[in-house]
Design a binder for this molecule. Sequence first.
Ligand code: MEV
Length: 444
Amino acid sequence: MEKRIKGFSKLSKQAKMEWLAKAHLASPESGLALLESYMHQDPKVQKRHDEFIENTVGNYYLPFGVAPNFLINDKVYTVPMAIEESSVVAAAAKSAQFWMARGGFKSTIVSTTKIGHIHFMYAGDSAQIASLFAKIVPKLKEATAPITANMEKRGGGILDIQLKDKTEALKEYYQIEVRFETRDSMGANFINSCLEEMAHVLRSEAASDAATAQSTLEIVMCILSNYTPECLVCCEVSCPLEDMVEGTDMSATEFAQKFKRAVNIAEVEPYRAVTHNKGIMNGIDAVILATGNDFRAVEAACHAYAARDGQYRSLTHCSTENGTFRFWIEIPLSLGTVGGLTQLHPMVKLALEVLGKPNAHALMMIVAASGLAQNFAALRALTTTGIQKGHMKMHLLNILNQLEATETEKEIITAQFAKKVPHHAEVVNAFYDLRGIPNPSATH
Ligand code: MEV
């Protein structure tokens, strides 16, 4: 069947599903049945999901888990996580438990400023545009008054407006750089709306000013920046070195030193830093998704921040001075607990309720703790038993589920692999041996 289609977005949802199944699936009936089986039983809830995006043809489930016992600034949280990767939730819970017994996580908000830009080109003299800008700042602010009024009531608004001459980097390129405080909202719509209003003022004022009207001024775009190095949170754990007990043959001090070396490697070696930070993002993204925030924005900001001095480095740091083990993270997190999906997605609402309806500051601290906990668990495993032991336990379950093993078969095979790493082929062999049938994938 023809895979090109005109007017797809205008079709009804049912017609979209049918076309998709017929045009792309080997068995359209079973494909359609699968899509239908993933719809929410309450049509009102399903409609809400349908309307989050365009061309919805189904739901895509991710497991929703919780990591209890997160002690953050002396308050206990059960942290919701939406993630498909096995062992992330277990690792977070294990770390949370470990640090709960050692005073928990201490988190602080460093700053909450967000930045947006009007990117524009000006062909004239830079002194002329600077003089125009100085004159129109009050008008730029005035133009946004209808948008900022509500935000100001909540303690937010525009903090600062500056003209940036970027002509050394790119001929004729300037920015109006605006700083915002958006309180408990992530603020993307607010920021972009303010910038677009300001851009109208810039365009018309430049056209009616005797000096700047002689040269072309072109607004290229108005957009917030997802790089948020001024919206920063810190989180740390610490304990006496001798409390770093580990169920291995290493002493607590040896373990702490080895752990620190692993962090040091990620601070200087980008190949390791990317994997190290990916592990941190396992914890961060899972909470971001569960709480209806934008994980792409957070990913982009965190990785840019990790490379802020020109080399990509670890987002966490460690010290073992004066008999104390300290492990900390400093990351840019622009999050919201109002607006966006937070009031719309029923599971997001539930996740926020589980967290005690946090404001944006509290959520930033929780997310940072989750990233630090995840990194702690990964480095602890990597520097002691190796990562495969924990990973493969969950992996074993995934292999057995793929083979459609019964609960009893799962129990028997899990017991067989209790003390060894379950390599895929060995698990498959064990499964077919148990059923007493030949392994269809075995080579003879
Ligand atoms: C796997 O998803 C994450 C780790 O590779 C992180 C790390 O190596 O630090 C285990």
